[in-house]
Design a protein around this ligand. Sequence first.
Ligand code: 3SL
Length: 239
Amino acid sequence: MDNRKHIEVCFTPGEYEYFKDEYEIVVVIDVLRATSAICAAFHNGIKSIIPVSTIEEAQEYKDKGYLVGAERKGQIVEGFDFGNSPYSYMNDELKDKEVVLTTTNGTKALNIAKGAETVVVGSLNNLDALCEWLVEQNKNTLCLCSGWQDKFNLEDTICAGAISEYLLSTGQFTSDEDSSIAAKYLYLSAWDRYMGFLKASSHRRRLKNLNLNEDIKYCLTPNQTNVIPILKDGKLVKL
Ligand code: 3SL
């Protein structure tokens, strides 16, 4: 009997319904930039983040006096406190604070996954720490890529492929889905040159046009932190 656990990849939130219910752990990935910013926030001592899907929900929290980050199409939404840059969260004033965050795709994916037994946040920035923890858990695991407006994107898929490759290399895990195999091969083509490989990717172009090159470099640099944000009762906290 094959006792190995599954590590699989779902390319977009729109496909999640075909995968859900089979996995104990869901890793939500939005490399550019939501899950990288969330990891940066916890690395810098934030207490918790409430991810919300819509600007309306974010506004309700703002009206109640919360600090609220809001991003749409790469830009800070007018009237909110900050957006989605990892650098916005490297700020001592946010230490031990609870903030609310809404982003185009990342917080939407987190909310779609929230019915899963365990939901954690993945990025290239916390890659090794996350993979070591997933191996210890030894549970069926799904990487949910946030994509861009329900379309496939390269950077989240490459990160999912990196996680898959690490877990498969232990011999404890197996992958069946073609999406998982494709993610692994994309990662193997890109692992030593993320910036170059992603040069033509749609979201890298979008962010470059907004002069967000430093954010891109930060988000594509692996293993800058050991934090693993986890969803508990609708809030992200540090594991
Ligand atoms: O889609 C998202 O959640 C964001 O990360 C997009 S952006 O990088 O802020 O443009």
